[in-house]
Design a protein around this ligand. Structure first.
Ligand code: G3P
Ligand code: CA
Length: 396
């Protein structure tokens, strides 16, 4: 994901468009394990219709319900099926997608470059020799990597459910959808917006941007070029950009006008670009008022792990909220923490019901508790649950 403790110049020429904005702009078990591509099984211990110019991110309903990797609680993540279901459910924003490059420089939607856990690549004998081990942001990872495949090759694969033990029903859809490209997502966004007469918002994230830049596959210029091509590179465009690496967001700040969000993993972790640059600061430093003040010079918001909003005790129960919501708001930053999920293993211990790994706990109670902190929105794999929880919360 681009942090420690847990992500050449491009061959094409891209035009940078400086903007004048002035100043003022993960280890949850689930997030950590999902991010690493592993299998989560049990509990630990038991706006307007204009596709180009919306009303800006401040016009989104609050707390904003952001469909994490689409409606990934119900469909294999980062597929058009998952994105479509999230729109059908009424999610305010779709995280479409986490972005990684192909060997031939296309941008595709996968949570990480390694695709063994989310596609059927292992059952393709023609790609058996591509299986390899790489050092990814300091972590040894074995599998198949998008940067070793052309887009045409990736398009022969099909998506599968990442965590079948937690989401057995989702395996019904294994093999149904391709890996989408970011360009396909931008077209899909316009089609859906036209069809519904309601602006569809997306929230793409650059994954491992320093790693890919060192491979000659810089992400930001390619993403910015596509946003420009589709007229979605402006301050009020319905596209929010996010990254765990602050330098990726700073790069976007020079390329596009879109709202920008810095993701923050666990307090003891360091963004991977900090590691590479020898910057000793950790997330604990970034969430202090001075760190937030600096982020606010190039970003509009932060996306902290939920544990930075309300830490858990050693048993996994929620404790007392931190001052992060207040401190970030004081700097003009919005907060979109991640990730709310309905299943027991991903909920704080005090909201679990029983011990079944695929059973739902008291997700409404957890949503209510997090919303009460004043967050501006939340990433969730279950946007329908999030929308009902928001309605309850707004009713009071
Ligand atoms: O993008 C917010 C959230 O998605 C960050 O977590 O690891 O699922 O990309 P991750
Ligand atoms: Ca993400």
């Amino acid at each position: 994901m681009g942090t420690q403790g847990s992500e050449s110049q491009d061959s094409e020429s891209y035009g940078a468009r400086p903007r004048s904005r002035g100043t003022g702009r993960r280890a949850l078990l689930g997030a950590a394990v999902l991010g690493a591509g592993g299998a989560v099984v049990g509990l630990p211990g038991t706006a307007g219709a204009d596709t180009r110019q919306g009303g800006g991110y401040r016009s989104l309903p609050k707390p904003t319900v952001i469909a994490h990797r689409g409606a990934s609680g119900y469909r294999p993540e980062h597929t058009l099926g998952s994105y479509q279901l999230a729109v059908d459910m009424g999610a305010d924003v779709i995280e479409a997608g986490d972005l990684v490059p192909t060997k031939d420089g296309h941008i595709v939607c996968r949570h990480e470059p390694e695709i063994g856990g989310t596609t059927d690549v292992a059952s393709h004998p023609e790609f058996a020799s591509r299986k390899t081990t790489k050092l990814l942001d300091g972590v040894s990872v074995t599998g198949w990597f998008t940067e070793d495949f052309t887009l045409a090759e990736l398009k022969t694969l099909r998506a599968v459910e990442r965590i079948p033990a937690n989401r057995p029903h989702n395996t019904l859809y294994n093999g149904r959808w391709e890996i989408p490209t970011f360009e396909e997502v931008l077209k899909w966004q316009d089609e859906q917006t036209r069809k519904r007469g309601k602006q569809v918002w997306i929230y793409p994230e650059t994954k491992h941007p320093t790693y890919f830049r060192k491979l000659g596959l810089g992400l930001e210029e390619r993403v910015a070029k596509l946003l420009r091509r589709y007229g979605k590179d402006r301050k009020n465009s319905p596209v929010i950009l996010q990254s765990f690496e602050p330098s990726s967001i700073q790069r976007f700040d020079k390329l596009v006008g879109n709202p920008l969000v810095v993701l923050l993993s666990g307090a003891s972790t360091r963004p991977w670009d900090f590691v590479e640059a020898g910057d000793p600061r950790t997330v604990a430093d970034l969430v202090k008022p001075a760190g937030l003040k600096e982020i606010a010079t190039y970003a509009q918001g932060i996306g902290p792990t939920l544990d930075l909003i309300i830490p858990r005790d050693s048993s996994g129960n929620l404790t007392t909220p931190t001052t992060l919501v207040r401190d970030a708001h004081a700097e003009g930053l919005i907060l979109h923490p991640y990730t709310m999920r309905n299943e027991n293993p991903f909920l704080p211990a005090n909201f679990r019901k029983g011990t079944d790994a695929d059973a739902y706990g008291d997700a409404f109670g957890a949503f209510r508790t997090y919303f009460a902190t004043g967050i501006d929105g939340v990433f969730t794999d279950h946007p329908d649950t999030g929308l009902l929880a928001r309605a309850d919360f707004l009713k009071g």
